[in-house]
Design a protein around this ligand. Structure first.
Ligand SMILES: Nc1ncnc2c1ncn2[C@@H]1O[C@H](COP(=O)(O)OP(=O)(O)OP(=O)(O)O)[C@@H](O)[C@H]1O
Length: 206
């Protein structure tokens, strides 16, 4: 899987968030998208996910053959603060529901995920009764266990304690090696395993 941006620019109304951004992102690599609050990390990740359109330049996705922007969502799993969980469901129900439209990797079942997360005691609890750290673990699991070549992680360690951060590293290590991983963050803890960095500040128009 390759994502290539050529002189990409995105603005909201008259404000350019980034401009003249060119680069290639490839499977088997992890990239940190860094920058201050409001610098455009989430916006950039949403462009990569095909959820936002560019205002100039272009973004192309290739999985052997070119993938049209309206189909790229099938190739992408996201974990982001603005994505909500279905609060009325239990953890097992949520994971079972999720896999109906975004299947998990081979051999992965909701039960196995709950065990690997160490959340057996919460398996039948409704999400609305979860702590913020438990919700973040569920969000990460939904994303990382999905069978997609692209993994987009926006502030992935939000609300995680030390144990949760260790779990995050374990999941990255076990399940993300051959995938294309992008981490939007301004905290090194979240992206220390990324071999390459892209700073949104390099694509500002002053
Ligand atoms: N839908 C939108 N309409 C108008 N402006 C927007 C929209 N979404 C984001 N912005 C603006 O784009 C800029 C970049 O926001 P973005 O959320 O991408 O930054 P970020 O680097 O992810 O920030 P943070 O570190 O705080 O999460 C901000 O100025 C924000 O107000």
């Amino acid at each position: 899987m390759t994502i290539a941006l050529n002189k990409a620019g995105k603005r909201f109304n008259r404000d350019w968030i980034f401009r003249n951004l060119s680069g290639r992102f490839e499977s088997g690599n992890s990239y940190a998208i860094i920058g201050a609050n409001g610098s455009g990390k989430s916006t950039f990740l949403q462009v990569i996910a095909g959820a936002l359109h560019l205002n100039e330049g272009n973004c192309t996705w290739t999985a052997g053959n070119p993938v049209p922007s309206e189909k790229i969502y099938r190739y992408v799993a996201c974990c982001a603060p603005y994505l909500e969980l279905i609060e009325e469901m239990t953890l097992l129900e949520l994971l079972g529901f999720h896999q109906q439209f975004k299947p998990f990797m081979a051999g992965i079942t909701p039960k196995k995920i709950v065990e690997e997360l160490g959340m057996q005691a919460a398996a039948h609890k409704r999400i609305q009764q979860f702590s913020s750290g438990m919700k973040q673990r569920a969000k990460l699991a939904q994303c990382i266990y999905s069978d997609t070549p692209i993994v987009l992680l926006d502030e992935p360690c939000t609300n995680l304690d030390r144990q949760g951060i260790d779990l995050y590293y374990t999941l990255i290590d076990q399940y993300c090696k051959d995938r294309l991983v992008l981490v939007g963050s301004n905290d090194e803890v979240e992206y220390k395993f990324c071999r390459q960095q892209l700073s949104m500040m390099d694509y500002k128009v002053f």
